[in-house]
Design a protein around this ligand. Structure first.
Ligand SMILES: [Zn+2]
Length: 240
């Protein structure tokens, strides 16, 4: 095989690896954002439940204060019983106490309902707190794994960039510039395989005579359609 062609194939292979690793690193924030979504949802659910529980606790306190207040009123009234002079006044007095007592029992019923609500809502809060901490653990270990992978990829990228620089040093500037233009226009693929008279870069057929030349791998031949630099290898052959 032509030495320059071999070098260009290797450069393409290196660039493909570099591109793949850069894409992985670039996508890290998006992947974290996606994984973060269930945690955000669980946190917002938890906040809603907490607010609900605060409201319920506040209502319970208000009702309890009402009961205290009514009890206080009854106590005061009972202490004034000696001031009552007529039976009519006494009956009215008893009636008033009875009204307060009824109000107390209605309020206590309300408190019971609130307490039942609060009880089940506190259970929900506990479950949601558990979910939040599970999601937090999940995302933390995911971030840690990802961080390790990024570090590994960055080291590999450094090595690949060194290899790349060495290869580029061996290629004439004109050819290298052509390669760069092709890389840019070809979405990261400047050098590609041809098989059965088809360019695997653009999947277009080529003249049979060109394919005959191409099979020798002795010249720099570009695809007549996409301009990519072509080389030939059978399916069973490794890609150099
Ligand atoms: Zn092509």
């Amino acid at each position: 095989m032509n030495d320059l062609l071999r070098l260009l194939i290797k450069l393409q292979d290196t660039d493909s690896h570099i591109l793949e690793k850069r894409l992985f690193i670039d996508k890290v924030p998006l992947r974290i954002f996606e994984v973060d979504e269930p945690l955000k949802q669980a946190k917002s659910e938890l906040e809603k439940i907490r607010q609900k529980n605060e409201t319920l606790a506040k209502r319970k306190k208000e009702q309890e204060a009402k009961v205290d207040d009514l009890n206080e009123k009854i106590k005061k009234m009972k202490s004034r019983v000696s001031e009552i002079k007529t039976n009519k006044e006494y009956q009215a007095h008893l009636k008033e106490i009875e009204t307060f007592e009824k109000e107390i029992s209605a309020t206590e019923e309300k408190i019971l309902v609130i307490m039942e609500d609060l009880d089940s809502s506190m259970k929900q809060q506990k479950e949601m707190e558990k979910k939040v901490s599970i999601e937090e653990e999940k995302i933390n270990s995911f971030k840690k794994e990802l961080d390790q992978e990024v570090q590994k990829y960055e080291k590999e990228l450094d090595l690949l960039m060194d290899e790349r620089a060495n290869m580029v040093g061996l290629i004439e500037p004109d050819i290298y510039n052509t390669y760069l233009t092709l890389l840019d226009n070809g979405h990261g693929v400047a050098v590609t395989r041809a098989r059965n008279e088809i360019c695997l870069g653009c999947n277009m057929n080529m003249p049979p005579q060109l394919f005959v030349e191409l099979k020798k791998n002795e010249e720099i031949i570009q695809c007549p359609q996409c301009r990519r630099i072509l080389y030939h290898s059978e399916d069973t052959e490794p890609n150099i």
